[in-house]
Write a protein that binds this ligand. Structure first.
Ligand SMILES: Cc1cc2nc3c(=O)[nH]c(=O)nc-3n(C[C@H](O)[C@H](O)[C@H](O)COP(=O)(O)O)c2cc1C
Length: 210
């Protein structure tokens, strides 16, 4: 379990001025790499409560552009409650098969309701019902309780019927303040290039010791 990472390096001169552009390039490569990264849009979202106690979980990235990174979840879940009290968030993309990692630091805010509704419409019928059936992060008495809730909803909204977006469900957009691109290299001399947003001046690129 002591792998040597023999890869091309990451050079300052090759990087665009905007981290979102670099992210788009690596994301495309992660999605294209045959048999490499299974779900390149799976990211570890870390939040902390008002007292600074951290928690992490995997969530799917559903969009990104110059405004930031978007994921969808239940607004009463643990992560959402923590984000209401403390908007600081970390996103980590573990692209191990490519010896790459991207870490985004920033703040999360709810997306507009229309954006949630538009995305919800694209979800498969079963996932739409699942979003209604699950009071995410709350304690269940049994699996049956969940299956019953789903069955009741399936009876109310049969396949083909429009399911409204649940009011307590929606997107968060993470506005980045720093984005680090990590590329594994041999002898643990990895490349770490971090973009840091400078107040009103765009992005500054710096190299971190591995
Ligand atoms: C591959 C993968 C993808 C997931 N995608 C999502 C997602 O997009 N949204 C979501 O709310 N939970 C997703 N989950 C479930 C979360 O990891 C987590 O269990 C759930 O959001 C509750 O987290 P919380 O109690 O910390 O708020 C995913 C889990 C895995 C393993």
């Amino acid at each position: 379990m002591r792998e040597q990472y023999v890869t091309d390096g990451l050079a300052e001169a090759a990087l665009p001025g905007d981290p979102l552009e670099q992210f788009a390039l690596w994301f495309k490569e992660a999605a294209r790499a045959t048999g490499a990264v299974h779900e390149p849009n799976a990211m570890v979202v870390s939040t902390a409560d008002a007292e600074g106690r951290p928690s992490s979980r995997t969530v799917l990235l559903k969009g990104f552009d110059e405004r930031g990174f978007v994921f969808f979840t239940n607004y009463e879940s643990r992560k959402a409650r923590e984000l209401s009290a403390n908007p600081y968030v970390s996103l980590l993309f573990p692209w191990h098969p490519m010896a790459r990692q991207v870490i985004v630091s920033g703040t999360a805010a709810r997306v507009a309701r229309e954006e949630t509704v538009a995305y919800f419409r694209t979800r498969p019928h079963g996932s739409q019902l699942g979003a209604w059936a699950s009071a995410q992060s709350s304690v269940l008495t049994s699996r049956r309780e969940l299956d019953r809730a789903y069955a009741d909803l399936a009876a109310r909204y049969p396949e083909g019927e429009q399911v409204p977006a649940p009011p307590n469900w929606g997107g968060f957009r993470v506005t980045p303040t720093a984005v680090e691109f990590w590329q594994g290299r041999s002898d643990r001399l990895h490349d770490r290039l971090r973009y840091v947003r400078e107040a009103g001046q765009g992005w500054h690129l710096e190299r971190l010791s591995p």
